[in-house]
Design a protein. Sequence first.
Lengths: 307, 323, 327
Amino acid sequence: MGRYVVRRLLQMIPVFVGATLLIFLMVNVMGDPIAGLCGERACDPATAAQLKREFGLDKPLWQQYLTYMGDVFTGDFGTAFNGQPVTELMATAFPVTIRLTIVAILFEIVVGITLGVVTGLRRGRPIDTTVLVGTLVVISVPVFVTGLVLQILLGVEWQWIQPSVSPDAPFGELIVPGLVLASVSLAYVTRLTRTSIAENKRSDYVRTAIAKGLPRHRVITRHLLRNSLIPVVTFIGTDIGALMGGAIVTERIFNIHGVGYQLYQGILRQNTQTVVGFVTVLVLVFLVANLLVDLLYAVLDPRIRYA
Amino acid sequence: MPEQSDGVIAGTGMGGGMDLAASEAETLEKVPGGPLGTGPAGKPRSLWSDAWHDLRRNPVFLVSSLVILFLVVISLWPSLITSGSPLQCELAKSQQGSQPGAPFGYDGQGCNVYTRTVYGARTSVTVGVCATLGVTILGSVLGGLAGYYGGVWDSVLSRITDVFFAIPVVLGGLVLLSVVTSNTVWPVIGFMVLLGWPQISRIARGSVITSKQNDYVQAARALGASDSRILLRHIAPNAVAPVIVVATIALGTYISLEATLSYLGVGLKPPSVSWGIDISAASPYIRNAPHALLWPSGALAITVLAFIMLGDAVRDALDPKLR
Amino acid sequence: MLLEVRDLHVEFRTRDGIARAVNGVSYGVDAGQTLAVLGESGSGKSVTAQAVMGILDMPPGRITGGEILFRGQDLLKLKEEERRKVRGAGMAMIFQDALSALNPVLSVGDQLGEMFVVHRGMSKKDARARAVELMERVRIPAAAERVRDYPHQFSGGMRQRIMIAMALALEPALVIADEPTTALDVTVQAQIMDLLAELQREYAMGLILITHDLGVVADVADQIAVMYAGRIVEQAPVHDLYKAPAHPYTRGLLDSIPRLDHKGQELYAIKGLPPNLMDIPPGCAFNPRCPMARDVCRTDEPPLYEVSEERASACHFWRECLHDLDH
């Protein structure tokens, strides 16, 4: 087990370097990294040259990358467009997005798995067909449409929620945005759970459990669910990174000042430091989440553990 | 033996891939040194014709292909069902509701929502089809070669795909497209191909590795067939099924992604016509003119749904075990 | 009689039609006795057993007629909760492939102990102790350590021993073994059959042994029932049947066993394929494959004729079959 963790950690390094380098290159394609630093107007050539020297932008790209990564590992993510350190922006933005992601994951677990189990056990019945069609529709309607429609209906027409989330973004205000963020994954979790349950329901070991005279609820919870949820847990785990990185649309609709909002601002204002900094952290979150999922997988499935 | 394998193919088609492999191996055993091409070239049709047999009876497939056919036709000849121009707008008609000549009403700029929705199909279909073609070709070639040759090539490619998976797609789109000034579909398509190929490459790699281990491929190799012949004649016909399924479903998601990027202001920009632009433009005044948002949204949702359902139906037909 | 199945009918409703899997099967087994049920796959032998255990997939399966009397009580009339209590405690089942029949994510100790926790209300600790005892009983070495292991960590023979231990945990009156040795190596097969026979003697339980392997049957069975297309075609004490089969299908099965004294001769094989259960041929279901078939076989379904007090055959020409010892 220990050696497995070490190997997975080592495998993470090239992916981390590759992903950050890729984003570094992409951001530098974005154009003039100092364009945003002189306010609304363009910098005069002398100031531009000085700023470039100051930020080390006159050096080759790979040196810039190394310098940047060196800084990142000492906790210096550079300066945002408004002169604030990027780390300060992160300190306000990440808690908001993490709360949003937690709400989304809870929806996936509670609603997605419940629907999946119910439909998987009742395959072919009306409730199964209804939910199945529903998941297809949810997957097909782009998130920004779902978000806009829910915002208008719940926030403006019926006034059940605040159409736009306050800067503190408490959990209560994040329920509907969290649902919107989770929507597509929720549909996938439902379908995945349903398939998995339906497949395992016909398995030999479930038949054995019934032949042992176990009560139905014990057959389902102890034998069927435990096995069926392994792929679902894997999916939800890997989804954490995707949700945090994909929160841009949801945060924009509900005016949530989280990671997506800051990234969007950074991209609009061409502030390379903000963009690269946030993306680096997101990549790290993604990699760590995947590692945890792999370890969890080994805990849940003894066949992996002892392989 | 021949009776049995015929029965399997003519029957419900359960476990298509395996039976196919088995019967092909048989063909090879019977004619050692014979023309290798005949068996494999003829046999894959049984999988496909079997799938086709299932599909023709599947209402989901029929409905979604009709929708897609309709979309393709109106994106090629939008004037078939609308006479106006999507750019002909009169501010005086801003936010007006349904009326003769404008069944979907007018949007905030006074443009005919019906005409714009019809013309929007062209953007979506072009982006979807071109991005899927690019992604599929690039992904299958890279993934297929890596799966077939293995070794260093394979490890490098696997790490590269890992890198791409670590970057959120919408975020990558925002960064790359925010500096593009050209207001055409091509940068959007280029971006999708750039970030989308790893998904297909993973599928292609996996299915090539699976097919590579089949007995008939081993047999072909033992008989001295060249790499290119084995890849094209023996592996590709079997490995292509999962790629087609994933690509069909991906087509829907690319259409959705284009609309999302246009909504965020980095995909297409006005005066281009795209459902994403229209939905974004309609959102501020949705209370007064909900029709301006709902029609393009509905068109978008139906289009994406059609492709996802088509992919679902094709997967069911090609692999009944996944049902 | 410990168990008596009377005129059982089971069908499966599928998209392509109704498959009549069991068509009027009757058999019985006494305490301490072994009944072997013999037949090809699709003959209905496993479906009958699943109906007896109450683990038939319903739908698509459906019991359309008959009675299953266990200690005189019709199981088909019991409520599901009462039926459940019979399973595991009153009767138990041993499955063919122990690797897939055991839950891969639970330790064997948990799976064995579960029987005591659920049916006897024992604490987990006591149940674990009983699990170790059971594993020792089926001669698994180092049982106390291995009780925490998972199914995939055992060899095929050891896994089947655990399967047997699980079935015998509550000392049921009846055990149904569905092809218990088919998935095993030939050398291990004998050990497992010996263990099963020994435990059966010890607990004096009734055993229904489902198999397609005539070789396995000869040593352990008392009675034998041969099934074809969902019906019993011949029923007899095992030695009578081996000496002189009263049905051409049974004869075909016996003739297809390789024998040393016939070395060099071509091995006999019953020609044709098992019938399609959605479209069972009229008359005798075996007639398309039968070397003795005549016109009447294609029109009239043979009843189960009484051959002697102890045996029966569903062949119009059972007399010819019985006396035609060397074809």
